[in-house]
Design a binder for this molecule. Structure first.
Ligand code: S3P
Length: 183
């Protein structure tokens, strides 16, 4: 078997409301890369149905299958900034694939910032229950170690603008590339 060359994509991971989509879009502009958001691709592949509608009609497991398929389809591509749904790295096989696709960047945010950003948003089916605060705490406890183990780069986003975070990631990507011309 030949040597596996890692992709040059940048993959944004992190909890819902951590800014992956807005930062990813800005970062793609800065790097001259194409921006892809896995939730948007799932929606497109599901005929334009929103994430919450897919959850209601098909259940969470079917949504997870759909997002894993989108990741697999993107795996051969290059020059992409990919913003991933907050639950995507929970699956082992997704993590293994992401590691081959490029640099994984974790946008970390405090529980308070996350709660503030997701407040009132009806399009996240996992945060629609009566006790959103408890649910966010529980999921953060479960997911933070997963994000941490997967990411090569962690950015604390609290108090920073989208432009600041994107600029910070872009600079880190350049430094990372300088040391790893293929990565
Ligand atoms: C989810 C995150 C959402 C979306 C779905 C499930 C999760 O994406 O994929 O609602 O399990 O954390 P964002 O992280 O872009 O909000």
């Amino acid at each position: 078997m030949g040597e596996v060359v890692k992709g040059n994509n940048v993959l944004m991971i992190g909890f819902m409301g951590s800014g992956k989509t807005s930062v990813g879009r800005e970062l793609a502009r800065m790097l001259g890369f194409r921006f892809v958001d896995t939730d948007e691709e799932v929606i497109r592949a599901a005929g334009g149905r929103e994430v919450s509608q897919i959850f209601e009609e098909e259940g969470e497991a079917a949504f997870r299958e759909r997002e894993a398929r989108i990741l697999q389809m993107l795996a051969g591509e290059k020059n992409l900034v990919i913003s991933t749904g907050g639950g995507l790295p929970v699956r082992d096989e997704n993590r293994r694939l992401m590691e081959t696709m490029g640099l994984v960047v974790w946008l970390d945010a405090t529980r308070e910032a996350i709660l503030h950003r997701v407040a009132g948003n009806q399009n996240r089916p996992l945060l629609r229950g009566d006790n959103v605060e408890e649910e966010v705490s529980r999921m953060l406890t479960e997911r933070r170690p997963i994000y941490e183990a997967l990411a090569e780069l962690r950015i604390e986003t609290d108090g920073l603008s989208v432009g600041d975070v994107a600029y910070g990631v872009a600079e880190s990507v350049r430094v990372h590339r300088a040391g790893n011309p293929e990565g």
